[in-house]
Write a protein that binds this ligand. Structure first.
Ligand SMILES: Cc1ncc(C[n+]2csc(CCOP(=O)(O)OP(=O)(O)O)c2C)c(N)n1
Ligand SMILES: CC(=O)[C@@H](O)[C@H](O)COP(=O)(O)O
Ligand SMILES: [Mg+2]
Length: 591
């Protein structure tokens, strides 16, 4: 790589002639493809912004000038050009580079991202800080995608910034797709703008931004010339750039949804490496996706909602089968929840499927719009627990804790696919309150097929195995995993195992039996210990006057890094081996 080999930092890049930059873009693309082909990660977004990345670092004096990447999944080129080329092969690996910008990783990562639509507000804060502290020369730039800019938070930032004279440049990277095709009226507006249709006023100009574009985001001279010009324009500016997601790899351009994060592929041909998944158990997302179609075909009141994750949540199956009752609302978690509340208020049964981590953004809506009014919205929280290589921005660590404290809310987690189906079935039978069903990223432990639906009593746990000394109380598939390893128990007859299913309401009848029959209780959950399932059991036991020792396994009070889920669970002491070792120590007969 004749040019890229000599670039460690943007200062090296700025020594190149303008005419050399297209060649550099080719090399940078090749570098990204080569690494992601084997190490996996987000591909299409970074390929699409190769020229934009080069142009920004060429034009602006980063890191003195501040550059924020919204979401940050498109920042691989940025990482490679800002001192991390040699480590890039560790991207998203345990103890390697983060897949997203991270302040502790580099001074060029001026703001940590992962969740979308934060860049404009963060940038505005930095631009205001510069003004207050007299850093008048500093430039501020945010790059935000067309799906992310449609989110409420981005609009809040634009609305405020446009009413000030802060020096900031918002670059809209418009490729007309998020993970799935972009949706919404703004998408149609942007399409009109790109087609040169002058029939409407420019929204961004109306918000008091100096608007420029749309320009071809793969044309380096045009990008650089326009950025140089905008550098001299005071106040809030908006540059509309049109790119192709996956640019430079044919398959990624043609199949943008799959190549958002394609897994391993052939670096030369771009073909996905074959995965033999036919005999594997289904993914939990697919158990949801197929069950909701089955249920919705029987129950005309069911409505499906996803904020921008039709593929990731598998709501796409319902969107294909019953398009009039399944909605992708874009990256709009708050809207999704309150819209679900409205649907429930009218007597229909909304299933609002949101990744656990993204529901954090709609917490007030869960409380104020849903729970307070006791509206029977069904929250399906996918990606609960440790998600792996996306890391701390994406782990679903907090949901049990942040939901358990909300009155009126039923909170549960199935141990496996059939139980997920049954909880979904139960949720549409006519609940008088909202219910949250959380399940993890990845696959069930076994293939069960589409088992017949049956109702689960709300607040009732399940005895998996009776024992005499230690009672294991688990919530979710982590319990099934543990049970699968029971042959490693030295004294299995001493160990009882209970699949509690519900964090709220707790099965207090079952708990009374357990607390009177055993000498120690062990709780197991793949959520944060603070305020989670084990906490609920502890609080209950204390209130009831039980003095049994309670050992809790869960996520400790720290943010969990990125890496393979199994590795992370080991570092957290949440792997089955650690839990079984603990139980064996406790059940060993005295010497
Ligand atoms: C709050 C939030 N919701 C959902 C997501 C999941 N997500 C990650 S990237 C993405 C699409 C982003 O699309 P766009 O902004 O157009 O960027 P592109 O991938 O096209 O570069 C989504 C929905 C997220 N990261 N944050
Ligand atoms: C960047 C982002 O937020 C998504 O692309 C996320 O990485 C998807 O996660 P899953 O792979 O679990 O669907
Ligand atoms: Mg996009």
């Amino acid at each position: 790589m004749p040019l890229l080999d000599h670039i460690q930092f943007p200062a090296d890049l700025r020594k190149l002639d303008l005419a050399e930059l297209p060649q550099l873009a080719q090399e940078l693309r090749r570098f990204i493809i080569d690494v992601v082909a084997t190490k996996e990660g987000h591909l299409g977004a970074s390929l699409g912004v190769v020229e934009l990345t080069i142009a920004l670092h060429y034009t602006f004096n980063t890191p003195e000038d501040l550059l924020i990447w919204d979401v940050g999944h498109q920042a691989y080129g940025h990482k490679i050009l800002t001192g991390r080329k040699a480590q890039f092969h560790t991207n998203r690996q345990f103890e390697g580079l983060s897949g997203f910008p991270k302040r502790s990783e580099s001074p060029y990562d001026v703001f940590g991202t992962g969740h979308s639509s934060t860049s404009i507000s963060a940038l505005m804060g930095m631009a205001l800080a510069a003004k207050i502290s007299g850093k008048t020369d500093r430039k501020h730039i945010a790059v935000i995608g067309d799906a992310s800019i449609a989110s409420g938070m981005a609009f809040e930032g634009l609305n405020h910034a446009g009413d000030t004279d802060v020096d900031m440049l918002v670059v809209l990277n418009d490729n007309a797709i998020g993970i799935d095709p972009s949706v919404g009226a703004l998408k149609h507006y942007l399409t009109q703008v790109k087609q040169g249709n002058p029939s409407q006023d420019n929204i961004f100009e109306a918000l008091n931004f100096t608007y420029s574009g749309p320009i071809d985001g793969h044309d380096l001279p045009a990008l650089i010339a326009e950025m140089e010009r905008l550098k001299k324009v005071p106040g809030p500016k908006f540059l509309h750039v049109v790119t192709t997601k996956g640019k430079g790899l044919q398959q990624a351009e043609e199949n943008q949804v799959t190549y958002h994060a394609p897994g391993k592929f052939d670096r030369e041909t771009g073909e996905l490496l074959p995965k033999n998944t036919a005999d594997l158990p289904p993914k939990f997302q697919d158990v949801f996706g197929h069950a909701i179609v089955e249920l919705a075909q029987r129950n005309p009141k069911i409505v499906g909602i996803t904020p921008a994750m039709p593929t990731g949540s598998s709501l796409k199956y319902m969107m294909a089968a019953l398009p009039e009752r399944a909605f992708d609302v874009g990256i709009a978690e708050q809207h999704a929840v309150t819209m679900a509340a409205g649907i429930a208020a009218e007597g229909l049964v909304p299933f609002c499927n949101i990744y656990s981590t993204f529901l954090q953004r709609a917490y007030d809506q869960v409380i104020h719009d849903v729970a307070l009014q006791k509206l029977p919205v069904v929250f399906c929280l996918d990606r609960a627990g440790i998600v792996g290589k996306d890391g701390p921005t994406h782990h679903g660590a907090f949901d049990l804790a942040y939901l358990r404290c909300v009155p009126n809310l039923i909170v549960c987690a199935p141990k496996d696919g059939p139980e997920l189906r049954n909880l979904l079935y139960t949720a549409q039978l006519g609940l008088d309150r909202p219910m949250a069903i959380r399940y993890p990223r990845g696959r069930d432990l076994a293939r069960h097929g589409d088992t017949p639906f049956s109702e689960i009593n709300i607040g009732k746990g399940e005895t998996i195995q009776k024992g005499t000394e230690i009672a294991v109380l688990s919530i979710g598939p982590i319990g099934a995993k543990l049970y699968e390893q029971q042959t490693h128990l030295e004294q299995p007859q001493k160990v009882g195992h209970y699949n509690m299913r519900f964090v709220k309401p707790l099965d207090t009848q079952l708990l009374h039996r357990i607390f009177t029959q055993y000498r120690e209780v062990v709780t197991v959950e793949d959520g944060c210990l603070a305020g989670g399932f084990g906490s609920a059991v502890l609080e209950w036991a204390q209130e009831q006057g039980y003095a049994l020792p309670i050992k809790r396994f869960g996520i400790p009070d720290r943010f969990v890094t990125h890496g393979p889920t199994a590795t992370l669970n080991e570092t957290l002491g949440l792997d089955t081996k650690t839990i079984i070792t603990y139980i064996n120590q406790k059940t060993r007969p005295p010497l």
